[in-house]
Design a protein around this ligand. Sequence first.
Ligand code: NZQ
Ligand code: ZN
Length: 385
Amino acid sequence: MLNFDFYNPTHIVFGKDRLNELDELVPKDARVLITYGGGSVKKFGTLEKVSQALGNRPIFEFGDIEPNPKFNTLMKAVDIVKKENIDFLLAVGGGSVMDGTKFINLASNYEGDAKDLLTHGFNPVPVKKAFPIGTVVTLPATGSEMNNGGVISYEGGKFPIFSPLSFPKFSILDPELTYTLPSKQVANGVVDTFIHTVEQYVTYSVDARFQDRTSEGILQTLVEIGKTTIDNPEDYNARANLVWCATMALNGLIGAGVPQDWETHMIGHELTAMFGLDHGLTLAILQPAVWKVRREQKKAKLIQYAQRVWGIADGSDEKIIDQAIDRTETFFQSLGLKTRLTDHGIDETKIPDIIRALEKHGMTALSETGDVTLEVSAQILKEAL
Ligand code: NZQ
Ligand code: ZN
């Protein structure tokens, strides 16, 4: 096992009917900015319940945070934070709202030009203080509710932003708030959680048994409940399991002390930025192709994944890996996702543009060993056609 620090201060408030506890969770004297997206929380009544639970506190609202939140949108909220002396931010929504709110918080507390915050990659941004954030999660997928990261879109690129100050103080996870999701967003959430897990698990072994077994538990749970929670959105237990898997897949636990990949995510971000494909969908398209191209480098872990997650025992190593990749792609398709680039109108002629974008964003040595050059990314994209 590799050396690691594990730090996670987020208080999780999980289960039915917990929204009224906001009154205890948010300081009594807080000036609160509630942030949300394109209106689903208004339409389905969540915003109303949140406002009621906050009682007499001064409340301000900022809506219209779009999926893949944009820098320019978020900077409008920074103006409100400054003008109204906001000292608590409450994100009500999915990953885009949570990530956007983390950015609003950091940018509001940064002395310099907020664009600088986009340039630090996986390193922490140089912000020294921030306000507390709470979240009310309406879409299980990103894990943003219990991690210190966010992804912000700016001029055709998607930029990761990390800060220890971005861990939410609390997150309310009521699975019932997610019942109104369209099935494609639930499918995206299942796949995003799945890929967060394999980015930290299907690498190379460092004999980290707890992390491996926990990852396998998340993956098996997703295989068990993935289709059920799409077909029966109000099956509480299936949805509750998805919500908790999504949070646990990217809160630092399974990634502690193990090598991490993230090539699927980094290439996927370019597909979102260039073609507007949903984040989860890009991952469903790319992951089988990544494993086909890098099957040698990931051989031992792919065999472990095949045996322990899918129960594939017979055949040569190559056959076992082939079956595991096939079963994975079939699983994503069973959720209603189309898993090829050409299904989305992206053909071979677009690959050079995608490669140029990866180059522009410095994504020239991806993966757990840094061996995914632009040439390898091009092979992966070709495999995903
Ligand atoms: O905007 P509204 O009207 O609220 O509608 C949203 C949006 O259109 C809708 N929605 C959310 N909750 C709903 C609902 N519709 C009905 N009922 C509900 N309960 O769903 C749509 C998509 O929402 P979005 O927040 O964009 O989805 P997701 O949670 O998948 O977040 C994607 C973003 O997170 C980033 C992605 O790059 C992308 O920008 N990521 C963040 C990560 C992190 N912070 O750690 C890691 C991830 O890998 C990912 O990169
Ligand atoms: Zn993701």
